[in-house]
Ligand binder design. Structure first.
Ligand SMILES: NC(=O)c1ccc[n+]([C@@H]2O[C@H](COP(=O)([O-])OP(=O)(O)OC[C@H]3O[C@@H](n4cnc5c(N)ncnc54)[C@H](OP(=O)(O)O)[C@@H]3O)[C@@H](O)[C@H]2O)c1
Length: 302
């Protein structure tokens, strides 16, 4: 059988009761002939059984045309599922897996890439040795963004309402990247947020939907060094006052440029589509925040 005659099969594993229709619908248009399998409420031990049953029926060559997507709201469980799946597969019975818990990896990749785009546009260099404040950076989007920035050579400060949580999350990221690049700080009051953004070149807001984290007054009073702002919260009020979801390269204050959530979301949607195309062409491997960021970079390059 020629590769052209092989049919693509995509297994969607979701930690939620109902598999999100977002990615399966996207794939429906990208690969109209693909077979789609949906699994909800997936636990790591379920994933092991599903993978074991998916590895063999198409043989060592056919397995390359089987793909997997792992998602869901429970980002920590997604991590455990990925580890279990990695341990289960062995050569030559391996397939490509996209990991994107509720869009967090692709959203983070898009947000980071959009901030790089603003840096480049305004002749402000790259991320090396820049200070990045990620407000409410303890959720899945903030964690993935912090990891990407840190891997790109930036010093990252993630905030939380709880010092303990911020420190714990920062430690986990530092373990993942094997470097001490991320610091966790408590920031709830205007003054605390002001102290965090004081030395930041870039401020990214990754708070829960509808949570305002930074107002213009605080930005004016403390953000003297800040040149780039980004916000992933599209639900009013937005994460950063003065930055609306559709804003692109908006001069929020003189010399301070921002990108809003819907503009980041547009890139995010392109990134996930490209990741599925990449998965279709790639025989094996894990496509996580790293692949998402590489893809986002290709999409922003003129
Ligand atoms: N465009 C897209 O496709 C897309 C995809 C995914 C997500 N998003 C958006 O990206 C943002 C981040 O997503 P996520 O899943 O990482 O978020 P999340 O886990 O729901 O929230 C992120 C952090 O916000 C903080 N937070 C929650 N309620 C708060 C409050 N009342 N006051 C201050 N801080 C609060 C929490 O930090 P602490 O408890 O540590 O303080 C939490 O860890 C959301 O706004 C989401 O809507 C967009």
């Amino acid at each position: 059988m020629t590769p052209q005659e092989r049919k693509l099969a995509i297994l969607f594993l979701d930690t939620d009761k109902h598999v999100s229709p977002f990615e399966p619908l996207l794939v429906t248009d990208l690969f109209p002939n693909a077979n789609i399998f949906l699994y909800g409420n997936v636990e790591p031990e379920d994933a092991v059984r599903i993978v074991q049953d998916a590895m063999f029926p198409r043989g060592p060559k056919g397995v390359k045309y089987t793909k997997m997507f792992i998602g869901g709201y429970d980002a920590e469980k997604v991590e455990r599922i990925v580890e279990a799946v990695k341990k289960t597969m062995f050569p030559p019975f391996e397939f490509t897996i996209i990991v994107d818990p509720r869009g967090a990896n692709t959203t983070a990749a898009a947000a980071v890439a959009k901030t790089l785009e603003l840096l480049m546009k305004h002749g402000l260099g790259d991320f090396k040795n820049k200070n990045i404040a990620i407000l409410a950076g303890t959720g899945p989007v903030g964690v993935a963004a912090a990891t990407i920035y840190a891997l790109e050579g930036a010093n990252v400060y993630i905030t939380s309402r709880s010092l303990e949580k911020a420190v714990k999350v920062a430690r986990k990221i530092n373990e993942e990247i094997k470097a001490e690049k991320v610091k966790g700080l408590k920031a709830l009051t205007r003054e605390e947020i002001g102290e965090v953004i004081k030395n930041a070149d870039i401020v990214l807001a990754t708070g829960a939907a509808g949570v305002r984290l930074l107002d213009l007054e605080t930005l004016k009073n403390y953000g003297g060094k800040c040149r780039v702002l980004a916000d992933v919260n599209a639900v009013p009020p937005t994460g950063i006052e003065g930055l609306e979801p559709n804003d692109e390269d908006k001069e929020v204050l003189p010399g301070v440029y921002g990108v809003g959530a819907l503009r980041i979301g547009t890139l995010k949607n392109k990134v996930i589509a490209e990741l599925f195309k990449l998965a279709a062409e790639t025989p094996k491997g894990i496509l996580d925040y790293r692949a998402a960021y590489e893809t986002a970079l290709k999409l922003i390059k003129p």
